[in-house]
Design a protein around this ligand. Sequence first.
Ligand code: SAM
Length: 275
Amino acid sequence: MDRLPRARKRFGQNFLASAGTIEKISRKAGELADGDVLEIGPGRGALTAALIESGLRVTAVEIDRDLVVYLRDRFRESSFSIEEADILKVRFADLLGGLDIPRADRFLVVGNLPYNISKPVVRKLVDERETVSGAVLMFQKEVAKRLTASPGSRDYGPLGIFAGLFYRIQAWFDLAPGNFRPAPKVTSTVTLWERRDDPFLDPASEQRFRTCLEVCFRNRRQTLFNNLRHGLAGGEPAARELLEEADLDGRARAESLEPATFHSLARLWPEALPE
Ligand code: SAM
């Protein structure tokens, strides 16, 4: 294919056009990956080419058929494979299973994500963490702030607390709209994810923990007590009992509590209630 496929708005296509940034990300991926990279949304292959160049095997998932055809042809001689699919509908393990490489058991996930799928991708990284060693991912700056916020910050909330249980996430650097073609309206942030080998949440408690976060952050301006009394089926008495058992001050706001405190609270969450 001689001509580059055109950019499609509906797939969130803003292609990276900064050679320095492409080089920086691919060098970091080379340091962090154990050979295999899963690239989400390779687009026209700006990053893909640099990843391959640094000696990585790239498995890519791209939703846009024209781009898939273009990339298959462009990288036909390279250690590159691509699946035409919605990343939210494929399992990472199935992609790994399709590789003819016995030593690969985890991917480094890399991508300049279309912003409309940020949250489900975060959820996927958590749910399928068995096949992920870490990630180098670009998000809209606001989402990156939420992923990396500390207690006390107004960006601190369920998204970052939950993902933070399983990964150490840090904001690496920001990118202004001018680094993309076409330019998006927002600033982007590249984030680094390292999978924790010692998550302090056992899998059986995951749903309970999620529910606990949802209830506690239901209304950020409200006290913990008010959120609990509205969110627990047992109402006010259940809220009082839970706070007492957890030795927590109900006047506090959820955004001031450490992740470990939510963990304790989730462990005491009333058993009989639907989660
Ligand atoms: N990585 C390229 C770059 O930096 O130039 C493209 C980034 S662009 C922001 C996002 C890419 O993800 C596009 O190529 C788009 O077609 C693709 N995409 C959008 N939604 C997707 C989905 N659900 N699954 C897989 N790819 C998707």
